[in-house]
Ligand binder design. Structure first.
Ligand SMILES: Cc1ncc(COP(=O)(O)O)c(C=O)c1O
Length: 380
């Protein structure tokens, strides 16, 4: 079997936590969900913030856009180089996607942001990518100038630090994903981080189909039999089993963080510098989610095939939004960096607690691809 791109760290403790949760027999939302939210708050040092967990990252983004009051016809600026969840969530609230370009960090380029703002612009979704963090301070200045709300998609940067502040602690609204491949997984799950009790209470209702007082009752492994339905909502709540797995993952966070950083250091040291690949820069305050290379000179497909034939899977994060049929009509002629990056980007395997043997195999194979192809590169 090839070395997979993603491999969650499911150790005996996580399996035990899952079994125990099943044995308790309260399968829906309950005590573990409350505990998971408290764990997120504590590990991410989100003092004065409110954490509301939901069943996916997509649900988190959708809920956040509802809290931001994004309505039909409102424009939301977000990078085209993005996860589909951000784009679909904008459509889900009736908003209009405005594609932004990225800069060298592979995150939204603040220098190109202002000219995208119109009278209809209501919000910006800023997304951290891989092991890069967006230029949040600069983006916030622009957002403040035009009174726009900012949703911080921190699906890739859980537990990381930006300018001495924990991710999630400085945004209007931030979101995390705990999907099967994320640094911390709950098999599937997500969370939003909000500033006010009012937003928390509304998010509690939205995730339980508008039911008023249910969240607090369910936190005790109980059901509220009488309640009011106060707002339009969705079935977005997290189940105890997922939360129990998430808690166990957070308990392993130190190991997860340390081993991911060490593997990235190993790759950066041992993948030889050469003109074909551009390696990512490791900011040590990051808990790396994916390790990407930019493969130049139209060699990406060949590179991916070579690695696959040598027992290593690779991935593409991402195909940009402007390439998809659904978004073809959106303005995209300004996306110069996006289109360049989209043709070069490749994800190589990065796991928590990755075996040294796998790290060695990956670097050796990449270096041998370089040796075979450098001659051809020089001929161009
Ligand atoms: C940047 C980003 N945002 C949002 C999501 C959506 O999260 P989920 O898969 O939990 O719905 C993902 C998922 O890969 C992502 O990478």
């Amino acid at each position: 079997m090839n070395i997979p791109v993603f491999k969650p760290l499911i150790d005996k403790k996580t399996i035990k936590a899952a079994v125990k949760s099943l044995e308790v027999g309260w399968l829906g939302m309950g005590k573990s969900v409350d505990e998971f939210e408290k764990k997120i708050k504590s590990i991410c040092k989100l003092r004065n913030k409110y954490v509301v967990s939901v069943n996916t990252g997509y649900s988190a983004i959708h809920t956040a856009l509802i809290l931001m009051n994004i309505k039909k016809g409102d424009e939301v600026i977000t990078p085209a180089f993005n996860n589909i969840a951000d784009l679909q969530s904008i459509i889900s609230v009736g908003g209009r996607i405005v594609f932004a370009d990225i800069d060298k960090s592979l995150c939204l380029d603040p220098l190109k942001l202002e000219k995208l703002i119109t009278k209809k612009t209501k919000a910006i979704i800023v997304c951290d990518y891989g092991m890069g963090i967006a230029n949040h301070n600069q983006i916030k200045l622009i957002a403040n100038k035009y009174k726009l709300r900012v949703l911080h998609d921190a699906a890739h940067s859980f537990g990381s630090v930006y300018k001495k502040k924990m991710i999630g602690s400085f945004s209007d609204i931030a979101m995390f994903s705990f999907d099967p491949v994320k640094t911390i997984t709950a098999i599937d799950g997500g969370a939003i981080i909000v500033n006010t009790k009012k937003e928390r209470d509304l998010a509690h209702k939205i995730r339980l189909m508008g039911m008023g007082q249910s969240s607090n009752v369910m936190y005790k492994n109980k059901r509220a039999w009488t309640y009011d339905v106060e707002t339009h909502g969705y079935r977005y709540h997290l189940a105890n089993l997922h939360a129990a797995i998430g808690i166990s993952q957070i308990n392993d966070f130190r190991l997860i963080k340390k081993t991911r950083i060490n593997t990235v250091k190993y790759f950066n040291k041992n993948i030889e510098n050469n003109p074909i690949f551009e390696k990512p820069i490791l900011n040590t305050k990051i808990v790396p989610f994916i390790y990407h290379l930019r493969v130049k000179n139209n060699l990406r497909e060949k590179f991916m095939k070579y690695l696959s034939q040598n027992g290593i899977d690779t991935g593409i994060h991402w195909q940009p939004g402007n390439k998809f049929k659904l978004f073809k009509k959106l303005k995209s002629d300004h996306l110069t960096e996006t289109n360049k990056v989209a043709n070069e980007i490749v994800t190589i395997p990065l796991h928590s607690n990755m075996k040294l043997q796998d790290q060695k195999k990956i670097t050796k194979t990449i270096n041998s691809f370089f040796k075979i192809n450098i001659k051809k590169f020089n001929q161009h």
